[in-house]
Design a protein around this ligand. Structure first.
Ligand code: HPA
Length: 280
């Protein structure tokens, strides 16, 4: 039986985090592959390795640092996850989303999720940013939902509305900030898959057909749990590669390519996130 963390585990982890800082962040930021540099902007930063937080899942993936950075960004106390655990690493959906539960215990009300994603939309190029308007939870449709199992009503409702997942005000703010910064920002639908395999060309054509604009291996479970806990959520994908839709084509998808794109994406993501925080 895999480990299913409960409220008590979330509280123990939150108590451990409180031992490292007196700040009370109301905003949390999760950084995807290649986006670690965003955390370097945090002032008066305290770093907490995930391994020092009881029950916290530790990422095993290169490019995922595995620590919390707590400090100030644009005047707001923030908690930043440098790296996340993924379902494909063997963690349960409940483990993958545990950090979000811990942030809620700490008093976080706004969650900004970032990720590296493959571009499905034919307009998208490597280095582009996409604001999530919605997602398709393919893994959840197949049964692996982080809310599966007994519901703790002190954490959130048994049945959760998902028609307002990505907060409208935050989306409008992000679009306004991007326009002001002359930073191109697409809007679109993120498709969440389990990974760790990249998509076949037939997968890519299917995902496009069902309405996906970008595809990745994270974010969806975290967004669900954040909404379950009543948090406001914003999601941004950094397009790290263009998904390959023909067989026997020239390129190949690789994690190295995803990390390399981070050099292009991190400054843009930083600029957008800072802009949004500055207007909050
Ligand atoms: N597919 C799935 N996940 C990803 C991709 C991709 O092309 N790029 C970055 N994460």
């Amino acid at each position: 039986m895999t480990f299913v963390p409960t409220r008590q585990h979330f509280q123990e982890a939150a108590a451990a985090v409180r031992g490292f800082t007196t700040l009370q962040p109301q905003i949390a930021l999760v950084l995807g592959s290649g986006l670690n540099p965003v955390a370097e902007q945090v002032e008066d930063a305290v770093s907490v390795p995930y391994a020092d937080i009881p029950h916290f899942p530790v990422s095993t993936i290169p490019g995922h640092q595995g620590r919390l950075v707590i400090g100030r960004l644009e005047g707001h106390p923030v908690i930043v996850m440098q790296g996340r655990a993924h379902y494909y690493e063997g963690y349960s959906m409940q483990q993958v989303t545990m950090p979000i539960r811990v942030f809620r215990q700490l008093g976080v009300e706004t969650l900004i999720l970032t990720n590296a994603a493959g571009g499905l939309n034919k307009q998208f190029r490597t280095g582009d940013l996409m604001l999530l308007t919605d997602h398709i939870n393919l893994v959840g449709m197949a049964g692996e939902n982080p809310l599966r199992g007994p519901n703790d009503p002190t954490l959130g409702p048994r049945f959760l509305d998902m028609s307002k997942t990505y907060d409208r005000q935050l989306r409008e703010l992000a679009m306004a900030v991007a326009a002001e910064q002359e930073l191109p920002l697409h809007q679109g639908v993120y498709v969440g898959l389990a990974g760790p395999t990249f998509e076949t060309p037939a997968d890519v054509r299917f995902l496009r057909m069902i309405g996906g604009d970008a595809v990745g291996m994270s974010t969806v479970p975290e967004a669900i749990v954040a909404r379950h806990g009543g948090m406001r959520v914003m999601g941004v994908s950094g397009i790290s590669n263009v998904a390959i839709d023909v067989i026997d084509g020239q390129g190949e998808a690789s994690h190295e390519e995803v990390l390399e794109a981070g050099a292009l994406l991190a400054p843009r993501m930083t600029s957008l996130v800072r802009g949004v925080l500055a207007s909050l």
